[in-house]
Structures are given as C-alpha cells and as structure tokens.
Design a binder for this molecule. Sequence first.
Ligand SMILES: [Zn+2]
Length: 205
Amino acid sequence: MNSIDKLAEMFANFPGIGPRQAKRFVYFLLSKNNGYAGELIRAIENLKREIIQCGECRRFFVKNGSNSNTCSICSDDTRDHGMLMVVPRDADFEVVEKSGSYNGYYFILGGTVPILEKEPEKMIRSKELGVRIKKGLENGLKEIILAMNANLDGENTAEYLKNELSPTLGTGVLITVLGRGLSTGSELEYADPETLKNAFLHRTK
Ligand SMILES: [Zn+2]
C-alpha cells in the first residue's frame, strides 16, 4: 500500500469520515508545507503524552504534572456522592458539566449499544461501570442517571443497562433516565444548557 492509501485508510477509521473525505484530508496535507505536517505530528504526540484516562470515570483529562490518574471531578469530595450520571462519550460529559445543572459524579461509557447488537458488552465499558458502581455503593450512591441520546441507540443502551444493573443494585438505588425535554433524535452533545437542565430536572424512573 502506498503512503497516500495508508494515511487515507487511517483517516477513514475516524468517526463519521468516509473513504472520499479521508482522501481529501491526505491531499490537503500534501498541499501544505512541511511545517504544517510537523506541527500536526507534534500535536498528536503531545496529546498522547499529556492526556490520560481517569481511572474512575474513564474520561480523558490533562495530566497537569500530577501523578494521579484520577480527574479533578472524581477527586472532588464536595460533589454529590449520591448521584452517578452515565453518559455515552467525553463530549456528552462536557456539555452536561458546562450546563451547570448537575453536581454529582460521572461515568463515560465509551459508546452505545446499537439495536440487535450481539455483543453489547464489547461496545461499552460495562465491566468498568460495574466496578465504579460498587465503589459508589460504599460511598452513599442513591441514583444512577442514564443520560443517553434521544434516539434508538440511546434508548436501547438505557434498556440494556437497566437490565444489567437492576439485579446488582439494592432497593435503595434508583435508576433514572433524562426527561424528554430533549427532542426525539437529538444527541446529548448538541443540546443547549437550558434543555439539559430541564431534561435533568424532569428525569424519570
Ligand atoms: Zn474522573
């Protein structure tokens, strides 16, 4: 495989990028001077060096010189230990946190479970979620909020998690989903703060 095809194949693995767009990226890079390519290479290297994944919520965060692998939110003891919000991706966590409507802890699932998926446990971090919940239960966890996208994949993921989690939880723990202030088909990532706030306030069992 020549280097154009090789790089195009790598870009085509990016979410939402097809083979034609991938090729356009490669030709774009070829049209730039060497400085640009060098900068891109350094940015990728820095990303891998400076960003680590939180051992608890699994989100990516800037290391900031400390050796801890726990992010600032998970290590913030003043947050509400009673609530754990489960979101599909890092971008979803960011919009919820920015909306300011929630003060509990998070868990990033790393994906969703499509309908008819034969191996759902491979699509999301279910095992890690189990570990996080167990720890939460020792620290007063009362409610697990499934904050999924308002589409079929999101609903399916919430159903799957409810079935998986319910038997392992005591009667004292609620599983809730966000209220349908989110219009059907909408993705969490693109919801505005006001909508999120309403969806959070109107969450249901
Ligand atoms: Zn964390």
